[in-house]
Ligand binder design. Structure first.
Ligand SMILES: *Cc1c(COP(=O)(O)O)cnc(C)c1O
Length: 394
């Protein structure tokens, strides 16, 4: 039974600052209703300054940014690209757009992100086969940076460029340096559910000014500089609208508040729930700062007495939106037959995280009361189930 009388709590809804209309109005007043304009230029500069890179290119989505990065790294039909397995499908779809073959790399337990150990094995095998990947796509899941020192060192050793998929981790940092800035390219997403949003949009970042000039060209239909329309190569219509960039500028003004708030929400969940055995919150690696885009935790059913599907159902009955942790891409029918390297021979961390992991509502607009409401639903379910312990839990 769905209890619709209770206010719906969404997983991660858009949270406007109030200043968005000012930038939109400016665009209207000056008739800059185009996939370029002053808001686009300013938004790019503001992001580049914030994270500390030379160049940023505002594009229509995070997916488009990943696609452009692969094109710039000359990924073509028959090439191999390594990618984190525990992620949203958009991390890997652009590999297919290029006709290349994804090889999936498992997570490790301390960040839930790419396992350097599995990556090393995959790189060794690739080197032995004489076919190194053209790129490694490393995801910073739920706002937590991957083990970038280890990953960068391995990729340097084999001279393979990194694309850092920081779609979920804008505002996070690793050893004091902004998430997204550790590879040849980084990408951000401003989709409606992300920590800041333009409704739909993304950003490609890099220090390589030559390649970024090329990215700008390719994202604008590959128009050659002639007085007439001249095209020598295949381009894309990937630029961000000046209206949406205006929303992005207003959102960026409050990014730090949004990170603080998401971290607070995480702390409340953790404080309220970590005394229950069997519940383990997603860790934060030492010397990193997660933006805690989504509060994620695992539940050991044998110990806690509740399973992820049970809790999801209970939350849904109470009009609360929660989700499974991403289903690993190597388990998706879409990628049937693609290779996969697990953390070690006997342990697939991503599969464990998928089986036991849940993401709780984490929107920065959530009230204290909303967070406690979610906590009390979870507490109630655990206490009910613990009256009937499973036989194998005794
Ligand atoms: C959201 C997301 C993307 C895609 O971004 P869009 O802007 O929706 O195209 C890519 N990778 C990850 C990890 C994401 O969460």
């Amino acid at each position: 039974m769905n209890n619709n009388s209770k206010k719906k709590i969404f997983l991660s809804p858009p949270h406007m600052s109030g200043n968005e209309t000012k930038y939109i109005q400016e665009a209207m007043d000056t008739n800059w209703i185009a996939p370029l304009g002053p808001n686009v230029d300013a938004f790019e500069k503001e992001i580049a300054n914030l994270v500390g890179v030379n160049e940023a290119l505002a594009v229509s989505s995070g997916t488009a940014a990943i696609h452009l990065a692969l094109i710039l790294l000359e990924v073509k039909q028959g090439d191999v690209v390594f990618c984190s397995t525990l992620t949203f499908v958009a991390s890997a779809n652009p590999i297919l757009y290029q006709g290349a073959e994804p090889v999936f790399i498992d997570s490790e337990p301390e960040t839930w992100n790419m396992s350097p150990q599995a990556l090393e094995k995959a790189l060794q095998d690739a080197a032995n086969e004489g076919k190194l990947p053209k790129a490694v796509i490393v995801v910073d899941l739920y706002g937590q940076s991957a083990k970038m020192d280890e990953i960068v060192e391995l990729c340097n050793q084999y001279d393979v460029p990194i694309i850092e998929d920081s779609a979920e981790s804008l505002g996070a940092s690793y050893k004091g340096r902004a998430s997204g800035t550790f590879g040849k390219f980084g990408i951000f997403s401003f989709n409606g559910n992300k920590i800041i949003t333009t409704s739909s949009g993304g950003m490609l970042i890099s220090d390589d000014e030559v390649l970024m000039k090329k990215a700008r060209f390719l994202a604008t239909q590959a128009k050659e500089p002639f007085s007439y329309y001249q095209h020598n190569e295949c381009g894309y219509n990937y630029r961000l609208s000046n209206i949406l960039a205006g929303i992005g500028r207003a959102q960026l003004e409050v990014l730090q508040n949004r990170v603080e708030r998401r971290r607070e929400i995480f702390s409340i969940y953790k404080r309220e729930l970590s005394s229950f055995s069997g519940l383990d919150f997603m860790p934060e690696l030492v010397l990193t700062r997660s933006n805690r885009w989504l509060t994620a935790l695992t539940m050991n059913e044998e110990v806690s007495g509740i399973s992820v599907p049970q809790l999801l159902e209970e939350l849904s009955n109470e009009n609360v939106e929660a989700r499974h942790v991403w289903k690993p891409l190597h388990m998706q029918p879409l990628f049937d037959g693609n290779r996969y390297y697990s953390h070690d021979e006997n342990t697939s961390i991503s599969e464990y995280l998928f089986r036991t992991g849940i993401c709780l509502p984490s929107g920065s607009s959530m009230s204290e009361q909303d967070v406690y409401r979610v906590c009390s639903i979870i507490k109630k379910l655990i206490s009910e189930k613990s009256h009937f312990p499973r036989v194998n839990a005794l």
